[in-house]
Write a protein that binds this ligand. Structure first.
Ligand SMILES: *Cc1c(COP(=O)(O)O)cnc(C)c1O
Length: 393
């Protein structure tokens, strides 16, 4: 059996698709050290630089001192501690929903939620570029799976109409992201809401890359669009802009009560640590203060400036989010380019199949409030020298 594993790894290696872990010796921050060398970090989803913030660290440390290092049991046994309830109250208040439920990760949120609500006989319709956790969750549910081309609402409408005709009484779900994780584009949420209402479907919006960046106090694109009451399943992670770990589902009280009873990744998994819950609550509180606003403004300033300076590398797109995809095409070229930039002291990961489509290999760089103005120039210079055919056009 080891032989077959080895030959499969060799195959990945030959096509530029083999992955390996890098060991960093420093906290996740602007500058990170690996193998004795220091790199500018363009790979992080820590969009506001909160993962290493004194406010969150202090909240986590105090909570460990009070509640210990592990929760010791699932939420439904003795693992439901004060910091979990505080976080869920803070999330519901921030998202302006009736209630919220915290899971051990965003991935576990999707994996618990979809199979609890949908099954054989129902239909789940996904945007083609939805995150793996939504795809896996939809498959696990046993519901019929339909895919529409990325952001193509006409095709979505046709699928909705067809499914409603085929099975008039079935549960029907559209699942998408408000900011797409590998392309950074924003979803037209109002149009989507109108569509799902017309066809009596539910909508799941994953705000993993929108919270902390858009909306009042960074509460996401749904609130920015005034849609907090219109979307049944509002999902996200505590591990990106909120600088902690865990996932959440926000929605109606009845939905949350149902998930407590039916979501298997919630029921059969130990509660997230009290410390990670407290850190996430501290992040939400910080976002409502001037420091949070300053961090968001700083991030958007960097996005605007980087969008202008890196324009030649962006395929004509004008980025609206901190995620900048630099499309390369084949995996080997993307890997080489990433390695070249690494030699120049910039960590910009190559994203390859199966994270993105086979011919869609890219560099994915993400901006954070921790970046400085000169980091944009440093990266632009490295890209121009490593990819002169593009940088000079
Ligand atoms: C990262 C991510 C998740 C998973 O969240 P984790 O808390 O890291 O498990 C879910 N959806 C999207 C779109 C993501 O980018």
């Amino acid at each position: 059996m080891s032989d077959s594993l080895r030959s499969e790894l060799d195959r990945l290696e030959k096509t530029g698709l083999r992955r390996a872990l890098k060991d960093f010796d420093t906290p996740p921050a602007r500058l990170m050290t690996c193998g004795g060398r220091t790199f500018l970090n363009f790979s992080s989803n820590d969009y506001l630089g909160l993962a290493n913030s004194p406010t969150l660290k202090t909240a986590a440390i105090r909570t460990i001192e009070k509640f210990g290092s592990g929760a010791g049991a699932s939420r439904l046994l003795s693992g439901n501690l004060g910091p979990h309830r505080d976080l869920e109250d803070a999330l519901a208040d921030w998202k302006q929903t009736e209630a919220a439920l915290v899971f051990s990760s965003g991935y576990a949120t999707a994996l618990g939620t979809l199979p609890a609500l949908f099954g054989p006989g129902d239909t789940i319709i996904l945007d083609k570029l939805c995150h793996a956790c939504l795809v896996d969750a939809a498959r696990l549910s046993g519901a019929r799976l339909r895919i529409f081309p990325h952001q193509n609402l006409d095709r979505l409408e046709a699928l909705l109409a067809a499914e409603r005709k085929r099975a008039p009484g079935c549960r029907l779900l559209v699942a998408t992201e408000s900011v797409f994780s590998m392309d950074g584009d924003l979803t037209p949420l109002r149009e989507l809401v109108a569509l799902k209402e017309r066809h009596d479907a539910w909508l799941l919006v994953d705000e993993a890359h929108a919270i902390g960046i858009f909306g009042p106090d960074g509460s996401g694109l749904l609130r920015q669009e005034g849609l907090n009451d219109a979307v049944e399943l509002q999902m996200g992670t505590l591990s990106k802009a909120l600088g902690s770990a865990g996932g959440y589902l926000a929605g109606s009280r009845i939905l949350i009560d149902f998930l407590v009873n039916k979501a298997r990744s919630f029921i059969f998994s130990t509660a997230p640590t009290a410390a990670s819950a407290a850190a996430a609550t501290a992040a939400i509180e910080l976002l409502r203060k001037p420091e949070g606003r300053r961090r968001m403004e700083r991030l958007h300033h960097t996005i605007r400036r980087a969008g202008k300076i890196l324009y030649p590398f962006l395929d004509g797109a004008k980025p609206e989010s901190p995620i900048f995809p630099i499309l390369v095409g084949d995996a080997e070229t993307a890997t080489t380019l990433s390695e070249n930039l690494w030699e120049d002291g910039c960590y910009v990961p190559a994203i390859r199949f199966p994270t993105v489509p086979r011919n869609g290999a890219r560099l994915r760089l993400s901006w954070s409030a921790f970046h400085q103005g000169k980091d944009v120039d440093t990266l632009a210079e490295a890209l121009r020298s490593r990819w002169p055919s593009i940088g000079t056009t």
